[in-house]
Design a protein around this ligand. Sequence first.
Ligand SMILES: CC(=O)SCCNC(=O)CCNC(=O)[C@H](O)C(C)(C)COP(=O)(O)OP(=O)(O)OC[C@H]1O[C@@H](n2cnc3c(N)ncnc32)[C@H](O)[C@@H]1OP(=O)(O)O
Ligand SMILES: CC(C)C(=O)C(=O)O
Length: 641
Amino acid sequence: MPMLADPSQRYLPFNPVPFPNRTWPDKVNKKAPIWLSTDLRDGNQTMTNQQKLRFFRHLIQIGFKEIEVSYPAASDTDFQFCRDLQNNGEVPDDVWIQVLTPARSDLIKRTFEAVAGLKHVIIHMYNATSCLFREVVFNNDRAETIKLASDHTRLVRELAEQYAASHGTSFRFEYSPETFSQTETPYAVEVCEAVKKTWLAGEKSVWADGRKEERIIFNLPATVEVATPNCFADQVEMFCNTISEREKCIISLHTHNDRGELFAKTDKADILGCAVAAAELGVLAGADRIEGTVLGNGERTGNVDLVTLGLNCYSQGIPPNLDFSDMFSVIDTVTECTGLPVHPRHPYAGELVFTAFSGSHQDAIKKGFEAQTRREKAGDKVWSMPYLPIDPADVGCTYEAVIRVNSQSGKGGIAYIVKSALALDLPRRMQIAFYKVVQDRSETTGKEMTSKDITTAFRQTYHLGGSIYDGRLVLKSFVTVDIRSATPSAVGSPDRSRAHSRVASLQNAVVEASPDRSLDSNLPSASKRLTAKVLIDGTLREVSGEGNGPLSSFLDALQGDLGIALSIREYTEHAVGAGSDVKAATYVELIPPNVDAKDKTKGGFWGVGVDADITASGLKAVISAANGYLGQNPIQVPENA
Ligand SMILES: CC(=O)SCCNC(=O)CCNC(=O)[C@H](O)C(C)(C)COP(=O)(O)OP(=O)(O)OC[C@H]1O[C@@H](n2cnc3c(N)ncnc32)[C@H](O)[C@@H]1OP(=O)(O)O
Ligand SMILES: CC(C)C(=O)C(=O)O
C-alpha cells in the first residue's frame, strides 16, 4: 500500500495543552537523577535467568541502587528469578529490587510471593489511564479507572504491611499511570492523588510521614512517544506543579524512543533518540528519577539509554553516580545477554564515536591534544577538546581509535598517528608531503588506512626502522675531523657512537637552510671533514667531503663522490624519549640546485633520522632525503670521483 497523499485523514497530531507559565526552559540541571535500571524487565525480550543474573551483577557493579528485575506474575521464569536472587543472597543491602505488576489482585499477590524475604523492595503497579486505553482496553470510564488504581493500591499496601511484618522487608510503592503522555494531564494527576491518598492512609501506615527514603514514586511514562520532548516536559512540569504533597513524592520518568532515530543496518540495529531529550527536559521540569536501560534496549525502539544520560551528566561536570569507566565490559555484558549489537555510532559506546575520519576534525583534535597536554602540564585539568565531548580514556578507550584515516583525512590526522605510533613530531611541510603519500595509497586501495598501514608507509617512504626499509643509500659509519687541528671530533657508526649530551636539551629547534650553525655554532667555513662508509645499491663505498659541520660536509661528499647535488632548505630536530634512552629525531628537506629555495611549494625531498647521537641522526636524515631524491633521479657518479 503506498503512503497516503494526505496522512491527516488517518493520523491525528498531538494537541499540546497551552502552558505559558512553563519554567523548565530556563532551568539548568545541577545533579544526576535517581536511576532505575529496567534492563531485566522492560529491556528484557529474550534473556534466560542465567543471562539476567550476569546482567544483574553488572548493574550492581555499575552502581545502580534501584533495579527492576522482573514482572514476576507473568511467568514462572520471572518469578523464579526473584526467588533465586533472594535464595542466593545476590542483592547487596543498599540495593532496592523493583518488580512490576498490573492492577490485578491475583497478580499482585503472586508478585509479593516472589519477593518474600528480600530486604528492600519497590512494588511497581501500573494501569493505563489514557482515553484510548480506558475505552478500548479496559472499557472503564474515568471514575472506574481511578477506582481500579486506588483499590489495587490498597491491596498493595495491605500486603506490604503484612510482608513487612512477616519478613522484615522494607517496601516502597511506585505507581505508573501508563500512557501518561497520552493522558489528559489533570486527569493523570487526579488518578495519582487517589493512589497517594490510599497509600498514605491509615494510622498504621509506615509511609504516612513521607520520609525521604519512603516517598511514593509516581512514574510518568511516555509509553509510546507521541510528541516532541518539549510537550512531554510541559506535561511533567504541570504534573509536578499540581500534585499535592509534592515533598512526599518522587517523580520518575520512563521514556521511549518511538519518535527517535532508529539505526538499522543489515546485522546492526540500535536505538537512539528523543527519549534522551524527553528525559533530560523532564528533569528540568521537575522530575527526580529516570527509568531506562543500559544502551537503550526494550520494546519497539527501546527505552531511554542510561549510558547516554549518565555520560551527558558527566560531560557537564555532574557526577552521574554510575561507573562506565569500563565501557567494553558494559558492551560485552549487554550484547551477550540481550543478543543485540551496539551500533558503531551509539553515543559514548559505539566503536566509532570517538573517531574522526575527516581531515579538518583530525587537525583540530591533534591541535586540541597538544594544547590539552600543555594546559595539563601547567596544572589545568579541564577537558577542552574539539569534537570530543569527553575524554575517551574516562570510559576505558585508548586514543588509538580517535583518528582513523581514509581518503577524506588530512595531514593533521596522519601526523597525529605518526606522532602517537613513532613519537615523531613532523614539521608542518613534511606533514603535507607525507599526507600526499598516504592519500595516494588510500585512494588507490579505496580503503581505510590503519595505524600500521600508515607507519609502514612512513617507514617505506623515509627508509626508517631497519634494513627492510633501506633505500639505495645506507650510512654504515662516519668520522668527522676538525681540519684546523686535524683531530677526530666525532667517530661513529650510527647509534653506536657516543650519545650526544646536547640531545636532551633539544626542543623542536627549527633552523632553516643552515643546520650546521645549530650543531657547530662557532666554527668558520670548511672547518670539518667527514668521511663516511655508505652502501650504494649494496656496494660499500667510502665518501668524503668538507664543510662547516657534519651535514654540510656530508652533502659535499655526496656531491663530490656520488654526483648527488643537494642542499638543505629546512632543518628541524627534537628529542625523543627521556633520560638515558633519549634520542634525537632530525628532519631535513633537501633540494637539488635547479629548485628555487624560496618557493617552498616545490621540489623538496624530506628525510628523517633517529639516533642516540645527534650527528648520526642528522646524517641519517640526509641519507633518508637523498634516497627520496634517488627514487626520482639516477645516480651519476662523477668520472673523477
Ligand atoms: C508498557 C509495559 O511495558 S507494561 C508491561 C508489559 N509486560 C507484560 O505484559 C508482561 C507479560 N504479560 C503477560 O505475560 C500477561 O499479559 C499477564 C501475565 C500479565 C496477564 O495475562 P492474562 O491474564 O492471560 O491476560 P491477557 O494478557 O490476555 O489480558 C490482559 C488483561 O489484563 C488487563 N490488564 C492489562 N493491563 C492491566 C493493568 N495494568 N492493570 C489491570 N489490568 C490490566 C487487560 O484489560 C486484560 O483484561 P481482560 O482479560 O479483562 O480483557
Ligand atoms: C509499566 C510502564 C512504566 C511501562 O513500561 C511503560 O509505560 O512503558
